[in-house]
Design a protein. Structure first.
Length: 94
């Protein structure tokens, strides 16, 4: 059917996944004055879920976890439009 979305052709395409802790704006003067030990205050409160971005687009939020001595992120929310894409790409079950 023309309305069927076949994602099989793109499921193996690699994309950039990043996790954003927060943001801030600084003047070049303030950036130039940074040195080791400096603290940059971000716009996000401690304990707030982090943003998960795919190719720069928000797709989920989650919490930091440690897995085998490496950082990971446990998803706590998948953003609406991407949740439907995940369900579209899952194989149908009899």
């Amino acid at each position: 059917m023309a309305n069927d979305l076949n994602l099989d052709k793109i499921l193996d395409v690699n994309v950039d996944v990043s996790v954003e802790v927060g943001r801030t704006r600084m003047s070049i003067r303030d950036i130039k004055a940074l040195n080791q030990g400096a603290i940059i205050e971000l716009d996000r409160a401690a304990g707030t879920p982090l943003d998960v971005l795919v190719n720069g687009t928000l797709v989920a939020r989650g919490e930091v976890v440690v897995v085998k001595e490496k950082f990971g992120i446990m998803l706590t929310e998948v953003v609406g439009q991407y949740l439907s894409l995940i369900h579209i790409s899952e194989p149908t079950r009899p």
